[in-house]
Design a protein around this ligand. Structure first.
Ligand code: MN
Length: 169
C-alpha cells in the first residue's frame, strides 16, 4: 500500500486534490468516507482508513442498504488520509475530472479481524460503520483481481429492498 499510483495519476499543480503526506491528529477510531464522484462515469468512492492511507474502492452503483444486493466495488489506488475531507471540482483533462462531494463519512470498526490489513489479506471481512447514512454491519468480499463486492449486513440499519421499507423490528 502506498501513494505512488495516486500521485502518478495526478498533476497537483492543476488538480485541487490533496497530494498527501500531511500529518493528521489521530484518535483511536479509523475513519471511512463515501464520496460521490461525477466523473465521466458517475460512481461512488468508498474508502477505509489504514494509518495515513485510505484503502479505496469505486462503487459504480453506490452502496445498497438491502442485504441481498451485492454491489461491485473495484479496488482503486490508495488515497492519502487527507482525501477524506476533499470536495471540489477536478479540472477537465485531469485524472477523474468532475465534481467530488462527500456523501457520507464517520468512523468504522473491524469485526472479524483486528486490522484492515488482515481483512484485505483474507479477502473477506466485516466491519461496522458509524456514519450518517451508512450504519451498522457491512462486508467486503474479494472476487478476483480488483473486483470486490460491498454488501450490507442484516441488522436494524438494513432495508428490505431498494427504496423499500425497512425491516426494523
Ligand atoms: Mn472516483
Amino acid at each position: 500500500m502506498s501513494l505512488d499510483d495516486y500521485r502518478r495519476k495526478r498533476d497537483f499543480s492543476t488538480s485541487p486534490e490533496p497530494a498527501g503526506g500531511e500529518e493528521t491528529a489521530e484518535d483511536n477510531s479509523p475513519i471511512f468516507v463515501c464520496q460521490e464522484h461525477y466523473a465521466s462515469q458517475h460512481h461512488f468512492d468508498f474508502r477505509l482508513q489504514s494509518g495515513d492511507l485510505l484503502i479505496s474502492w469505486a462503487v459504480p452503483k453506490g452502496p445498497s442498504f438491502d442485504p441481498t444486493v451485492k454491489r461491485l466495488a473495484v479496488r482503486t489506488e490508495d488515497h492519502p488520509l487527507a482525501y477524506a475531507s476533499f470536495e471540489g471540482e477536478i479540472p477537465q483533462g485531469e485524472y477523474g475530472a468532475g465534481r467530488v462531494t462527500i456523501w457520507d463519512g464517520g468512523t468504522y470498526r473491524m469485526e472479524d479481524f483486528p486490522t484492515i490489513e488482515e481483512g484485505l489479506a483474507r479477502g473477506a471481512f466485516r466491519f461496522t460503520l458509524y456514519g450518517q447514512r451508512m450504519k451498522g454491519s457491512w462486508k467486503l468480499v474479494h472476487m478476483k483481481e480488483k473486483n470486490w463486492l460491498l454488501i450490507k449486513g442484516r441488522d436494524e440499519h438494513s432495508l428490505a429492498e431498494e427504496g423499500g421499507k425497512t425491516n426494523r423490528r
